[in-house]
Design a protein around this ligand. Sequence first.
Ligand SMILES: Cc1cc2nc3c(=O)[nH]c(=O)nc-3n(C[C@H](O)[C@H](O)[C@H](O)COP(=O)(O)O)c2cc1C
Length: 309
Amino acid sequence: MLTPELNCSFLGMNLTNPLVLASGILGTSPSLMERMALSGAAAITSKSCGPEARAGHPNPVTVAWDCGVLNAIGLTNPGARAEVPLLRETKQRLAALGVPLFASIFAPRLEDYGEVARIIAEAEPDLIEVNISCPNVASEFGTPFSASAESAAAVTRTVRKAVNLPISIKLAPNVPEISLIAQAVVEEGADAITAINTMPAMLIDATAAKPVLSNRTGGLSGPALKPIALRCVYEIAQAVSVPIIGTGGLSSGIDAAEMLMAGATLVGIGSVVINDGPSVFSRICTELATFMKDNGYAQLGDVRGKALT
Ligand SMILES: Cc1cc2nc3c(=O)[nH]c(=O)nc-3n(C[C@H](O)[C@H](O)[C@H](O)COP(=O)(O)O)c2cc1C
């Protein structure tokens, strides 16, 4: 068999492979985003940006653990107005490489989502990813909008009215029926779904007899998240027909294949970049192509949804 094709189409965009840098992993530095694209990321998601500058939580905010990462960065960002020039430069650098930019936004209040989306749209990203699922700011913002179909739909409606760009709504794993939330956001005009954000979790330092993170709880990512992410994407794929950016705990080509088989169109790559650096993108692509060749898959479309009943 010839070398399998990794190129794919996503909402009319042509990508050289299905790998997307997940939001927040490396901030929004234009040169760093460009470096990820040069290393093989076929699309780049920027760090979530909100209406105002935020310092985030005090240290410690990230801890590497045996089976992944626990973080409670607290949505550190410069605020939407200051983010626009950064995103413009990032977009320019990525466009030269044929790599789309997905700009992530969040807001503490429903009514702020539209305004943040409008401001960020000035940078002309290829898609706006709407983060309604950060688990680390509940003490300030209250229950995340991802917690119910009604609140997730309300945010989607607000952003949909505000911008003409494609939007992807980023969902949380810790809900009773993620498929109902997926259906609700698609009914309100979501073009895609990103699943999943981190899982609320805690590590305790036994000697100090207290939680490790200053925020006490954080979001779990990395290998421990993979089975949860696969289950969520599998359920979403059965409920809606929009493309899914399947994210959570993926660190190999076989992991990526599993996520595609669960129904994802693109595959988000996050914590593994923190641990292994930008070379993960080309490694995962090589491993995915090898897996496909060994198992008789000529293109990604043959793998996608293969595990769905
Ligand atoms: C340090 C860190 C910061 C993150 N920041 C954001 C963020 O700003 N916005 C967002 O939507 N997700 C954020 N995430 C979640 C990731 O985008 C991703 O959904 C999650 O980590 C699962 O993927 P992974 O297991 O491959 O890391 C962050 C994750 C980590 C580890």
